[in-house]
Design a protein around this ligand. Structure first.
Ligand SMILES: [Cu+2]
Length: 286
């Protein structure tokens, strides 16, 4: 086990992969490593073949061109071989990895749930506050000041304690899970389990994309759609969010911090921006 992880780490170091801060990221890294091995193999093979051909068919030893050309089928077999390896990577690794992510979607009550809205050229987060409920959203309430149509005077009070921190500062807590005996809850592979994070991602204007390398997450943010993504953070730290879709003049500056913090730090930070004043315009990034 230990030996294997050293072996993977060695490969990650060669590829200068960013540090890893999420559980599913291990699978992503392994896949990236497989793809690099295939590319290295092809690079070496094709380069060697290129030089072989330069040498073997130079004009001095072949003064007259051969009008027929290749007679063997080896090149066809090689092409098929490459296609087979690529199909294995896609069908046996990439698609099952995706299926696992989609199938194992954590429940809201077991997760830290947040909303994240991208806009030219910033990111704004919103949290449920203590009651665990987000303000209701209704497209008919959308105005230039309230693009996401949050209901400010919600009779059920869902909106009254929503937390809207300043833009470009996104935080989630790292909470180590415990079993019913208070012992650390472990995954089947023996690693500590942490509370998952669910992000409901949307955009206020054009297509953006939430990318956090350390967390190995990348998801497009689409205007008019809310796309849920989830991941399990495994280490505290402050990571850079970049926008992975060219979205306008300020695209390059559309970065922000995504911090994975301790539970205490998270609660303090939430208290600082909560509750949103009841009846106040619920969200504005100006
Ligand atoms: Cu953008």
């Amino acid at each position: 086990m230990e030996e294997q992880s050293t072996f993977w780490q060695w490969q990650k170091d060669i590829l200068s992969m960013p540090p890893l801060g999420s559980r599913h990221g291990d699978d992503v890294d392994v896949f990236i490593i497989y793809v690099h091995w295939l590319m290295l193999f092809l690079f070496v093979l094709w380069t060697a073949y290129f030089f072989y051909v330069l040498f073997r068919y130079n004009s001095r030893s072949n003064p007259k061109a051969d009008p027929v050309g290749v007679r063997s089928h080896y090149s066809t077999y090689l092409e098929i071989g490459v296609a087979v390896v690529e199909a294995i990577l896609l069908l046996a690794i990439a698609i099952p990895m995706w299926a696992k992510t989609v199938d194992d979607f954590p429940k809201d009550e077991d997760s830290t749930v947040m909303r994240l809205a991208a806009e030219q050229f910033t990111w704004g987060s919103r949290y449920t506050g203590k009651n665990g409920l987000f303000a209701k959203q209704d497209i008919r309430l959308a105005t230039p000041e309230n693009l996401l149509g949050y209901e400010a005077n919600d009779p059920n009070g869902d909106a009254s304690d929503d937390v809207t921190p300043p833009p470009k500062d996104v935080r989630v807590p790292l909470i180590a899970l415990k079993d019913e005996n208070g012992e650390p809850l472990k995954h089947p592979d023996g690693k500590q389990a942490y509370k998952p994070v669910i992000i409901h991602l949307t955009s206020k204007d054009v297509i953006h994309s939430l990318k956090v390398n350390t967390l190995r997450i990348c998801q497009d943010a689409m205007p008019g759609m809310t796309i849920p993504i989830h991941f399990e953070p495994t280490v505290t730290g402050r990571y850079l969010i970049t926008c992975a879709q060219l979205c306008g003049n300020g695209h390059a500056s559309m970065n922000a911090w995504f911090s994975v913090v301790t539970e205490e730090e998270f609660d303090e930070w939430q208290a600082e921006y909560a509750p949103a004043k009841p009846g106040a315009a619920p969200i504005s990034f100006e």
